[in-house]
Design a protein around this ligand. Sequence first.
Ligand code: TRP
Length: 363
Amino acid sequence: MGKIILTGDRPTGRLHIGHYVGSLRRRKELQDKGDYEKFYIEIADAQALTDNYDNPKKIRENVLEVALDYLAVGIDPNKVTIFIQSEVPSLCELTFYYMNLVTLARLERNPTVKEELKLRKFENSIPTGFLTYPISQAADISGFGATIVPVGEDQLPMIEQTREIVRSFNSIYGETLSLPTAVLPENESCLRLPGTDGMAKMSKSLGNCIYLADEPEVIEKKIMSMYTDPNHLRVEDPGKVEGNTVFTYLDVFCKDEDFAKYLPEYKNLDELKDHYRRGGLGDVKIKRFLNNVIQAELEPIRNRRKEWQKRIPEVYEILRKGTEDANKHCLSVTNRVKSAMGINYFEDSSLVDEYVSKYEEEN
Ligand code: TRP
């Protein structure tokens, strides 16, 4: 069997350029290469509910937004199956059986969960659903036999936990589940794109994101007010490139051709950085350049999104069909899991036969 790729997002808001460089761009490349048997993208609404259970409206509203963002970056529903997690009930079933294979201590050790718990201030009243979501994510991945999981760095602990569950299941019940591997973006700055304010992560609550759906004026405003080097006060001053968000973004987005197009005094980013370090290069100039580069990258995405926005019933249909397909695949894996565990009572009559012969021998 060929490769099975699976990844997903929590539908808690529209997707931004952090998602784009951290994962969406890679998905599009993988799709275009076509070197796979199946490619699934999950809209993880049930997972999103583990810390938004009191605000289901937010999740409901964002399911279609996220689907639009996928289509906007060029995900082709004929090549990739997009589905909604909560509409695949076998995933809950798998989660329940996997729970037996994971200790509470192991869940509490998961670094991503630890960080999220701190952020959400659950303190001593951690909802069980939240603590156990890595188990449900293991079901998402293994329930489709996924071997390749393209994700951002923060998801590595989830893939590691999935691998442990898969190994444990296979050693107890026999070789059944496939072992997944995480695939990270290759450019280091893409691992975690900082917010426009220089904070470690783009996050809706910090208001430091550039969204894929943002209009050109909004993008420009966000870029022109970006965090640079706080000590670079006058143009003549030498500036710092490391930790300077404009340069971090340029590392991620700009190509040598962009210089020929928008800033022909320089051949490439190294020359621009050298000048900035020496002094004599103003922030406005590098921001204008970054704005040109990002606008060019986001324009086709925004336009494609607008086209799909006119065809919402079609998007809905893509999700319905994708979810139907996902259900079929996941059900077949779940049946294999149940049969490995011997809880496939009605699959055939072997259970009855076993009992019949047991009692025949006794009589
Ligand atoms: N936890 C992921 C996130 O927060 C979303 C997700 C859910 C996921 N299920 C997945 C990612 C399966 C990869 C594979 O972004």
